[in-house]
Write a protein that binds this ligand. Structure first.
Ligand SMILES: [Zn+2]
Length: 119
């Protein structure tokens, strides 16, 4: 495996295993941080290791009742590993976008215009 990608994995503290067949120089199998279930093979070059941390079952505990008001808008739906966020744009139109959730030791957050909002 490329050293840059291996370093990324080691630094992230994630559970992982080198990919045996599929592009082993840049891919690795990732595992759910909670129960250890396989999350499949991911291309580490384009995977943000702060996302895709939990399997469909374990991510359920992060799902909150909506709507949730944040300074950046209102969360209309919560899917655990992503949310749909409604906000008012410059033209005073209401826009709904899907936002990927990131996880760290402090919890779960979304990024909106470069800022982190913990949910
Ligand atoms: Zn799990």
């Amino acid at each position: 495996m490329w050293e840059s990608e291996e370093q990324k994995l080691i630094k992230s503290g994630r559970k992982w295993k080198p990919s045996a067949d599929y592009m082993p120089y840049r891919c690795a199998e990732l595992f759910c941080e909670e129960c250890g279930a396989s999350l499949g093979i991911h291309d580490i070059v384009c995977t943000n290791l702060e996302t895709n941390m939990y399997c469909g079952k374990c991510v359920q505990k992060y799902i909150k009742q909506t709507p949730i008001s944040l300074p950046c808008g209102t969360i209309r739906k919560d899917f655990g590993d992503s949310v749909s966020l409604e906000y008012i744009d410059n033209y005073y139109d209401s826009i709904v976008v899907n936002k990927v959730c990131y996880f760290n030791r402090k919890g779960r957050y979304i990024k909106v215009k470069g800022k982190r909002y913990y949910v």
